[in-house]
Design a protein around this ligand. Sequence first.
Ligand SMILES: NC(=O)c1ccc[n+]([C@@H]2O[C@H](COP(=O)([O-])OP(=O)(O)OC[C@H]3O[C@@H](n4cnc5c(N)ncnc54)[C@H](O)[C@@H]3O)[C@@H](O)[C@H]2O)c1
Length: 259
Amino acid sequence: MRKIKIIVVGAGDRGNTYASRVLKHSEKAEIAGVAEPREKWRERLARNHNIPSPNIAEDWRELVSKPKFADAVIIATQDSQHKEPAIAFAKQGYHILLEKPMAPDEESCRQIVSEVLKAEVIFAVCHDLDWIHYVMNCKCTSIQSFGTLKHFRAEQKPEGAADRCVNCSVEPKCPYSAKRFYIGCVKKGATGWPVSVITPEVNEASVMEALRVGPYGRCVYNCDNDKTLILSGAEETLESHLMVFAAEKSRRENIVVNL
Ligand SMILES: NC(=O)c1ccc[n+]([C@@H]2O[C@H](COP(=O)([O-])OP(=O)(O)OC[C@H]3O[C@@H](n4cnc5c(N)ncnc54)[C@H](O)[C@@H]3O)[C@@H](O)[C@H]2O)c1
């Protein structure tokens, strides 16, 4: 059987995870191209999958404008960057696995659906609800999303706190210290998620550098958090509430989950 050729758009956490899955089923599929602006992440995926240099790009537009050279594309850019590549690759006849959410607004979702139907390509969205089942410990019967950002606002920032954990005098006592969390992961010998999300090379020096300059090292009270979701469900006597504080600009920057 011919191997399915797949392009990865966005070689961040999810793109890299999917690509690793493909490697585990290398008799069935291969990664044939990658588009990723961050050099180290792009090079890591290209190296791991022996991708020929003409099929390695900084931006997905470069790959979609080439004559079609793969069967499918995995789109794993950030939420607000899904619509454009999804429509462009559909128009070129690529089958698509799109990361969830399809798009941040209904109109964009409808446009994507309309274009994939027109193109008659296979289209799947990776929506995993398994974690809801996990936190509920029973079948979730309803989900609601509402609320406003309450705690992680600049005015709640502890006195004397710096803009980054690495040079913050409050950090040793702060429950949200990114330094304690990520360096702690390295010290425990972790090499994969979540620490692999902030740097492609997991060691203490690269993690410190990522916290010094990258989005994950910012003070949680200074992040551009913009969403609060409350999910609830009930089955018989059990009721749970999950509060998710998330942030997204061009990239998702910080997530704290309180149960
Ligand atoms: N299904 C799930 O369980 C699950 C879990 C986490 C995240 N997600 C979703 O997956 C998506 C990716 O999340 P992530 O955590 O991997 O984010 P990430 O920030 O680690 O990866 C996104 C990548 O897209 C790259 N990118 C930006 N512009 C690009 C361009 N023009 N061309 C090619 N690549 C470009 C970024 O440089 C980055 O490396 C998001 O939509 C997120 O909501 C899904």
